[in-house]
Design a protein around this ligand. Structure first.
Ligand code: ASP
Ligand code: MG
Length: 440
């Protein structure tokens, strides 16, 4: 049985951090290690692609050279034996020549994806070489041989299961595997990816595919905190969360976990543990099928929200009105996050304003529409069963001095959400820290 351990960009962000991974991975327990690209790499590759889209080949070549120089430095610090350094030099040369080849030609979305894949291909190969230099046996598993999304861009689990299993059988007896997060093939067999930050998702999919006993997500923070540590100083890691609680928190802004990551693990009931590379002994957060203690566990916030108020022209929510409204959002493939209704109006929020102008134009045919930009969803998460009283009043009481644009409660027993103007976010998070966790 293989554990799945995923390390993010900062955990492989410097030669020293790559070296430090050995202690965490090469200790006898069978593992599949999933790596992100070194931090900064994917952003740099995105910039290169943008230059190529604009047909600015000079800029693309310059940016590629700059990134190559970083990698030259990394490998010179990482390897001490001549043979490994030479191997790494050749690797870096090949990957960067591959990128540079795209500067000659037309640039398409497929080529962009091929370029974006280079970061994870590099980080995993370098770690593999480093293990080899250190005399540790490991196998580099090419994610492009088994990781695949279907035509709806959903993981093709039967395919993944079959092909990862084949790779493991081919290497039976080995107990340390390294593979790329984020990258995959699509239903046409082309190189694709699981969207930015998708390495967590890779780990969860792999864990589900091999029915791993545990998936570990290693980052720079000691688990999921009870409030946003970037804004509130007095926070602590939550030791246990149910899958549903973790999903709400991840979606509503707790940056530590990719929002869709939890689903494959949850479906197979595989615990996900969030761990800190800088503090490996710390227990972190365990996300599992637990029915936890009642009460509020954590607060998270999500910025960049637009609220849309839609008032029915007929002054009544006649049947069919909601459907007409939702159909407009559906046509523009724009998901709705929060929603509240009254007899005559509804308010809803979106986090993707891309098609907003067109959506509003259509809404105006059937209703009066008002927009509030720069809103923040504050989401209070916990085990809040319906039959218990007091949760909502505690939240409202903590926020009594803050104007609330929307309030949503009862959708799930795990969440109470409010919408506030983003300028009041900090105040709201501090007020909740005081009111719910008794901290200043
Ligand atoms: N390297 C990819 C990104 O930066 C995937 C990841 O780090 O999870 O988005
Ligand atoms: Mg990254």
């Amino acid at each position: 049985m293989f554990l799945v351990l995923k390390f993010g960009g900062t955990s492989v962000g410097t030669p020293q951090r790559i070296k430090d991974l050995v202690k965490l991975t090469a200790n006898g327990t069978p593992k599949i290690v999933v790596l992100s690209a070194m931090s900064g790499t994917t952003n740099a590759l995105v910039e290169i692609c943008n230059a190529l889209y604009q047909r600015n080949t000079e800029e693309a070549a310059h940016l590629t050279e700059k990134l190559r120089t970083n990698y030259k430095q990394v490998i010179s610090e990482l390897f001490s034996k001549k043979e490994s350094l030479e191997k790494a030099q050749e690797l870096v040369l090949n990957h960067f020549n591959y990128i540079l080849a795209f500067t000659l030609d037309m640039f398409t979305a497929n080529e962009e994806k091929a370029i974006l894949a280079q970061g994870e291909l590099l980080s995993t190969a370098l770690f593999h070489y480093y293990l080899e230099e250190s005399g540790i046996d490991s196998v580099l598993l090419p994610a492009l041989n088994f990781m695949r999304i279907d035509k709806n861009e959903e993981p093709d689990l039967p395919y993944i299961r079959k092909y990862i299993h084949e790779e493991l059988v081919l290497n039976s007896g080995k107990n340390l595997f390294i593979t790329q997060g984020y990258i995959c093939r699509n239903s046409f067999g082309e190189i694709d990816n699981l969207k930015r930050g998708g390495s967590d998702y890779s780990a969860s999919i792999i864990g589900a595919a091999i029915k791993s006993p545990e998936i570990q997500i290693w980052t720079d923070i000691d688990g999921m905190h009870n409030n946003d540590p970037r804004i509130v100083s007095n926070t602590h890691p939550v030791s246990e969360l149910s899958f549903d609680e973790a999903a709400e928190l991840a979606y509503f802004g707790a940056k530590i976990l990719h929002p869709t990551c939890i689903l494959p693990a949850q479906k197979e009931n595989i615990p996900v543990r969030l761990k800190n590379t800088m503090q490996p002994e710390a227990p972190g957060t365990l996300i599992a099928n637990v029915s936890s203690e009642e009460g509020v566990k954590a607060v998270a916030a999500k910025d960049g929200i637009t609220a849309i108020n839609i008032k029915s022209d007929r002054m009544l929510l006649a049947h069919g009105f909601l459907r007409a409204v939702f159909e407009i959002f559906e046509r523009f493939k724009t998901p709705i996050d929060m929603i509240t209704t009254s007899e005559v109006a509804i308010s809803l929020t979106v986090d993707n304003p891309k098609h907003l102008t067109l959506i509003i134009d259509e809404l105006k045919d059937i209703a009066q529409v008002e927009i509030d930009e720069n809103q923040t969803i504050i989401c209070v998460v916990g085990n809040l069963p319906k039959h218990q009283s007091g949760f909502a009043s505690k939240v409202m009481d903590a926020l009594r001095n803050i104007p609330l644009r929307m309030v949503s409660y009862g959708g799930s027993p795990n969440n109470i959400s409010v919408l506030v103007n983003s300028s009041l976010k900090k105040e709201a998070l501090l007020a909740l820290n005081k009111g719910l966790f008794n901290k200043n």
